[in-house]
Design a protein around this ligand. Structure first.
Ligand SMILES: [Zn+2]
Length: 390
C-alpha cells in the first residue's frame, strides 16, 4: 500500500491522520468482508514511473507580469477607471514597488521607460488553461494565472484586488461548466462591465457526469483541448495589440504537441487489456478520458462533478463494492486533493488495492512532475498504464 509518489507539499499520511470534517466515521462505512484483490499476483509493485520522467516538462512560471518591469506607471487599459485608492497592481508590479521604495532613484530610473510597452493583459482562472493560453500567446501578451499550483480549481478564490483588476484585462479566460465555483461570479461581473470573455467549455462537446450536470474536466481528453485551442487562438488573435500571425504560429506548434501527446496516450492505453480499463478515483474527474479512450469509470468516492461535496457512507459502500466486483488493481487519487478517503477505503476496509496519486486538476510547481499541461498528461498516462496493466 505504497503511494507511488508524494508530490503534494501538504500530503498527509492517511494511516496516521484521523479523518476530520465531513467524512463519515469508519464505523459508519459498511463494507463487504473478506474482500481481497483478485487475479493480481503478477502485478509488479512499486514499478510505476515517476511523473518527473515526463518529457518536455518545461517550467511554467505562474505569473508573468513582465518580470523586471517595475512599472507603477503601468497605465490600465481603457475602461472604467477605479478611484485611486482602489487601483490594483499586478503582483509583479507590487514587488517592483517594494524594490522601488527600497532602491530609491536607481530603481526609478530603470522603470521610466518600461511603462511604455503595454502588453495586452490576459487573465486566466485555472493553471491548466493558463499554461495553454501562455503557449498560444507567447510574447504577445502578459498572461496572469489566478489559480496557484497544486490548488483545487473548484474551491480556489481570488483576492478583492485580483477581482478588481479583471475589468481592465483585454481577455478573460475561464474553464466554465461550473468548475470555478468561487471565481465565476467575478468573471461574470467583469464580463457584464464589458470585458472580453473566453469560456473554454463553450467550445467542446460537453459530457454530463450525471443527468443534466455538465462535467467540467474536459482537459483529460487532449482532443477536446485541441477544440479549445482552435477557439482560443481566434480569441487571442482578435485582441488589440496582439500579432495574430504570431498566435497562429504558436497555436500550430502547440497543436502538434497535443497530437504527440494524444498519440502517446492512445498507444499506452491500447496496451491495457480492455477488461482492466477501469477507473476509480476519489472525485469524478476522468469522464472525458474514459469517453475518449474506452475506459469504464467504475466509481468515485465523491460521486459528483465537484470536490466541494462529501462522500456519504452509502457512497463509500457502493464504491467498495464496485472495486471488489471489478477487481481493479489500482485506484487513483487527485494530487490536488487529500487522498484520505481513498486510503481509508484501501487500508481500513480490507480492500487490497494500490492508491496512486494522479495529477488531475492542477499543475504543480516546476520540479514536482506536472508543471505544464503536456507534462501532466504524459505523467498521468504512464501512471494509469502502469497501474492497470497486468
Ligand atoms: Zn474536479
Amino acid at each position: 500500500m505504497t503511494p507511488e509518489h508524494n508530490h503534494g507539499g501538504n500530503r498527509t499520511t492517511p494511516a496516521d491522520t484521523p479523518t476530520p470534517g465531513p467524512t463519515p466515521p469508519l464505523s459508519a462505512v459498511v463494507l463487504p468482508r473478506g474482500v481481497r484483490r483478485t487475479g493480481l499476483a503478477a502485478r509488479p509493485t512499486g514499478a510505476s514511473p515517476q511523473p518527473g520522467t515526463a518529457r518536455r516538462a518545461a517550467p511554467a512560471p505562474e505569473h508573468n507580469h513582465g518580470g523586471n518591469h517595475a512599472t507603477p506607471a503601468d497605465t490600465p487599459p481603457p475602461g472604467p477607471t477605479p478611484p485611486p485608492s482602489a487601483v490594483v497592481l499586478p503582483g509583479g508590479v507590487r514587488r517592483g514597488l517594494v524594490a522601488l521604495l527600497a532602491g530609491g532613484a536607481l530603481a526609478l530610473s530603470g522603470c521610466a521607460s518600461a511603462g511604455a510597452d503595454e502588453d495586452p493583459q490576459v487573465v486566466v482562472t485555472t493553471n491548466i488553461l493558463g499554461d495553454v493560453t501562455r503557449a498560444l500567446a507567447g510574447d504577445e501578451a502578459e498572461v496572469t494565472t489566478l489559480m496557484k499550483p497544486n490548488a483545487d480549481p473548484h474551491s480556489f478564490e481570488i483576492s478583492a484586488q485580483e477581482a478588481a483588476r479583471l475589468q481592465a484585462a483585454d481577455l478573460l479566460v475561464s474553464n466554465g461548466l461550473g468548475l470555478e465555483e468561487n471565481v465565476e461570479q467575478h468573471f461574470a461581473t467583469a464580463g457584464d462591465a464589458g470585458a472580453e470573455r473566453f469560456v473554454a467549455g463553450d467550445h467542446i462537446d460537453v459530457l454530463d457526469y450525471a443527468e443534466g450536470s455538465p462535467d467540467p474536466h474536459f482537459w483529460t481528453d487532449p482532443a477536446r483541448m485541441v477544440d479549445v485551442v482552435d477557439a482560443l487562438e481566434e480569441a487571442l488573435a482578435a485582441v488589440d495589440g496582439i500579432d495574430a500571425d504570431a498566435v497562429h504560429d504558436n497555436a500550430a506548434s502547440y497543436r502538434a504537441d497535443l497530437a504527440d501527446v494524444d498519440a502517446e496516450m492512445t498507444a499506452a492505453f491500447a496496451a491495457i487489456p480492455a477488461e482492466r480499463r477501469a477507473l476509480v478515483t476519489n472525485h469524478h474527474v476522468f469522464g472525458y478520458l474514459a469517453d475518449r479512450f474506452g475506459f469504464e469509470v467504475v466509481g468515485a468516492a465523491i460521486p459528483s462533478g465537484t470536490t466541494l461535496a462529501s462522500p456519504s457512507a452509502a457512497d463509500l459502500e457502493e464504491l467498495a463494492t464496485a472495486i471488489t466486483s471489478t477487481g481493479v488493481p489500482t485506484i487513483f487519487a487527485d494530487s490536488s486533493q487529500p487522498d484520505r478517503v481513498m486510503q481509508v477505503l484501501a487500508d481500513e476496509a480490507g480492500i487490497d488495492v494500490d492508491v496512486v496519486p494522479l495529477f488531475t486538476e492542477s499543475l504543480t510547481e516546476a520540479d514536482e512532475g506536472a508543471p505544464t499541461y503536456l507534462a501532466m498528461m504524459r505523467a498521468n498516462t504512464q501512471l494509469i498504464a502502469a497501474g492497470l496493466s497486468p
